[in-house]
Design a protein around this ligand. Structure first.
Ligand SMILES: *Cc1c(COP(=O)(O)O)cnc(C)c1O
Ligand code: SF4
Length: 329
């Protein structure tokens, strides 16, 4: 199968969602299957073929595999880890809109994702791919129009790029009609999974209005960046899109100076600047990914000695009720 010839929708529809199939395909020992099935009941496996292709066969410790493989250890309760760690409900003025930080509003475009990351803070609300409906959007747009402080609108999710371009184009057009909004930002994991999502149809609407386009990718490990992604992003950048990346600091995946350094350098190869490195949200089932804050801060300090300042991400965490994300290194 030549993955490059598939459309992004075809890629998504071929995602692997059966733990037994995943283990067999990657030639992994069958003894992890019972645990995988249990964790999969709680938050199901989902991994598209092009991401799978970047995973080394026969290697349980593969850093990409670890992000997607359900494990029995997820079923163990851990103190301080809860089902809804961010308690976002109270910053949700109308359905589909989060206005937590004054100058920017976040619009939840779709609730589905192209991949299921085991550390996801939404793992206990794995709502299916429901798009926010038109009525909610028009309410959200009215809210944004009535709040002149909002200079930037962020399309998020789930993954906003799961929505079809004609829908996003209409939304972008409506946002650009609100004078005080200057910037349209997209947060998406899809570029790292399926680069062909960033096709001409996407670029036409995303770069075709007065709003400054910013794309924030979600990449955690240098092995996620292949030549196909680098080539695609070159075009995206040439069209005037600012590219930033956010990562999550994950035990056993990117919790070393060497990996974080390689990640920043590889991102820069792809024309992306590191933006945030998030400490893990304490969601039940993800405790085994935790890197404590003191260790995270010393990793960042060491990274600063080895990289140019602009290649060092800000180490950030969410603190409920705080007027911005909190940068801790
Ligand atoms: C992260 C986040 C933003 C954006 O914050 P920046 O610091 O500008 O990247 C906006 N709204 C919500 C709800 C967020 O979680
Ligand atoms: S892409 Fe983001 S929202 Fe979706 S499962 Fe992964 S971490 Fe969660």
């Amino acid at each position: 199968m030549n993955l490059e010839s598939l459309s992004w929708q075809q890629e998504l529809s071929r995602a692997i969602t059966d733990p037994a199939v995943l283990l067999e395909h990657l030639e992994l020992p069958a003894d992890v299957l019972p645990g995988a099935l249990q964790a999969h009941q709680q938050f199901r496996l989902k991994v598209p073929p092009s991401y799978l292709a970047k995973i080394q066969k026969g290697t349980l410790q593969d850093p990409l595999l670890q992000q997607v493989l359900p494990l029995g250890i997820e079923m163990q309760a851990a103190p301080g880890f809860s089902v809804d760690p961010l308690a976002e409900k109270h910053v949700n003025p109308i359905p589909g809109l989060l206005h937590k930080y004054r100058s920017r509003a976040l619009l939840i475009v779709t609730s589905g994702c192209g991949i299921h990351c085991r550390y996801c803070f939404r793992r206990h609300f794995p709502y299916e791919d429901n798009r926010v409906n038109q009525k909610q959007w028009s309410q959200a747009l009215t809210y944004i129009a009535a709040h002149p402080d909002i200079q930037e609108v962020i399309l998020s999710g789930g993954d906003p790029l799961l929505a079809p371009d004609h829908v996003l184009a209409e939304l972008g057009c409506n946002i650009s009609a609100i004078d005080h909004v200057q910037t349209l930002r997209i947060h998406s994991r899809l570029p790292a999974l399926i680069p062909q999502r960033l096709n001409e149809e996407f670029l036409q609407w995303f770069t075709g209005n007065r709003l400054k386009p910013v794309l924030v990718t979600h990449i955690n490990h240098p092995q996620e960046i292949d030549q196909r992604l680098i080539n695609t992003l070159q075009t995206v950048r040439q069209r005037g899109v600012t590219l930033l990346n956010q990562s999550v600091l994950l035990r056993g995946i990117n919790d070393s100076v060497a990996i974080l350094k390689a990640l920043s350098q590889r991102l820069f190869d792809a024309g992306i600047l590191p933006y945030y490195l998030h400490v893990l949200d304490k969601v039940q089932g993800a405790a085994h990914f935790e890197v404590n804050e003191a260790e995270a801060q010393s990793l960042l300090q060491a990274l600063r000695y080895q990289l140019s300042g602009y290649l060092v991400p800000r180490l950030a965490k969410e603190v409920a009720g705080h007027p911005s994300k909190v940068v801790i290194a």
